[in-house]
Design a protein around this ligand. Sequence first.
Ligand code: PLP
Length: 375
Amino acid sequence: MKQITVTSPLLPPLDEFNEYLKEIWSSKWITNNGNFHNELEQKLCDYLGVKYISLFTNGTLPLITAMQALRITGEVITTPYSFVATTHSLWWNGIKPVFVDINEKTLNINPDLIERAITPQTTAIMPVHVYGNPCDVERIGAIANKYGLKVIYDAAHAFGVTLNGQSILNYGDVSTLSFHATKTYNTVEGGALICHDERTKRRIDYLKNFGFAGETEVIAPGINGKMDEIRSAYGLLNLKYVDNAIAKRQMITNIYRERLQNIKGITFLNDFAGVKHNYSYFPIFVDEQQYGMSRDELYEKMKTNNIYGRRYFYPLISNFSTYSGLNSASKDNLPVSNRVAEQVICLPVHHEITKEDLDRIINLFVEYGNAFWNF
Ligand SMILES: *Cc1c(COP(=O)(O)O)cnc(C)c1O
């Protein structure tokens, strides 16, 4: 039986990539602000509808650099329902993460719970647009204004997402993207930091190059986060094909929604109003009582049928031993996150999924569930 993977990287056509490689080989400029790097920054600004973007070698370094760029210290309010890099970026800056529970409809940080988590040490809020679904940016912005906090959005899932026609990346002080192989748009490894003014862009660019502000001047203990020419060229090519890949993901999502809606005990998220989605993930939530099988049993059944999902996000960040000792990591503080983490499976969504693959996946859910009781 053919293996169905949860994701498959979007790869640029080899012949086109070869042409770009020839250019790099003849110029011998392979990293440090080369032509491909600069062109990709420009093209991404146009594509995404943002003013300033700084490319990075992965999606974790822009998170770490964001804290440096904005001089964030003390405590930062964040969500446990994310990939572990979100919280790790705080630790790398000596910042204490303070976990706040998620809203059960959006699975993003619950704005109702943010204010009570603010202390005199709080300097910022770091929400995540989980699965590319926008956070409540208006309310988060209002709370940040009221308390004088910065907002750093981890937008690793939100490539190309708009809210009421506006890029979701234009909210908050800065936003970060990941271009990892598993994401909707990839540069093999890669990432970016988006900001809204030239001064911040300049500081970010110093910080991602060891803090060099000129040949002989270092203005901060920066890091090496630079993206090279080979991956920039690869990224320029993938940008031409990403819209097709997103359209394919949307078709797959629509089929899942149509055919899973009548299965008792399986629920999923619908599109948010006013949002242009990128259909980066298709999470389902398994209610053991109603479905007749636990999430983990179903997940294992999928595997034995050569269908690979991902339990994104399980375990919760707050339940990893690295963070579980924090007061805010207690399960009592995070009931919704803990419940959702026990129910979620992200189904295969990528440009290579076929109609036959979808039939196999959906038939499996019908076969193992209590669905027939409905009829
Ligand atoms: C993928 C991801 C990251 C990290 O990106 P890398 O490019 O893998 O370093 C950060 N946050 C979230 C929410 C992610 O999904």
